[in-house]
Design a protein around this ligand. Sequence first.
Ligand SMILES: [Zn+2]
Length: 291
Amino acid sequence: MPTKAKAKPEVKKAAPAKKEPVAPKAKKVVVVEPKTPPPAHLFPKKNEKHDYTISEKLKALYELQQIDSKVDKIRIVRGELPMEVKDLEDDIAGLETRVDNYTAEVHQLEESIANKKNSIKDSNAAIKKYTTQQNNVKNNREYESLTKEIEFQNLEIQLSEKRIKEYSAEIVNKKMIIEAARGSFNERKQDLELKKKELDGIVEETQKEEQILMKKSEEAGQIIESRLLTAYKKIRNNARNGLAVVTVQRDSCGGCFNYIPPQQQLDVRQRKKVIVCEHCGRILVDPDIIG
Ligand SMILES: [Zn+2]
């Protein structure tokens, strides 16, 4: 920005071609930098930048604000999408774990059923053996004892059958849960694919747009002298919504919505000097300044 150079007093170079003796004081030229002005002088009344009127500078400021606000919006959108993608990825990971856990439980139940079926086989074999033995008993007591064994094995079989029914019902339940989780999983996965594509598209698209806007922002900044530009950036940084230049709407500041007195509104409309809102410090402009 050429403004800074303009603010410095001109420094005469000691001409080396001339043979006149150079005065020693010419060697140490003190460059006086302009001191930081008090806030009241932040917005100079006279055009520091030769060709541009205050009105033009205000217009440039307002345009700059609109460009910068667009950039802000782009960055917000781009900031939110990655979070949505992350949320979906978390959901998918959670569903995957759920499916895995339930599948493992189903396998365990199936194994238990197989075990119960084996023990039923064993019981049946035992019953067969005891029945044969009953044909060869020597006395009643032996016969009774075998009968008891057979009864016991029959009870074992009943118990196993009961368990098999229970396990089968549990398997049906768990499979339903797995099915539902798989459904959600597939849905989320599709959402994720879409979001990722969207994100890629937005990143690509907005990066181009952002670059164009940044260039425009720079161009608009050329019209405004550096002190005013610095003030603009400072206000923007401090403002929650990034607004440093606002219009007067319904007698109120478009930034903080406080009342703006008629005289100040008139000053704003006349565009002869830079008016700031006395409540929030934002620069006030006439909404008709553009177009
Ligand atoms: Zn205000």
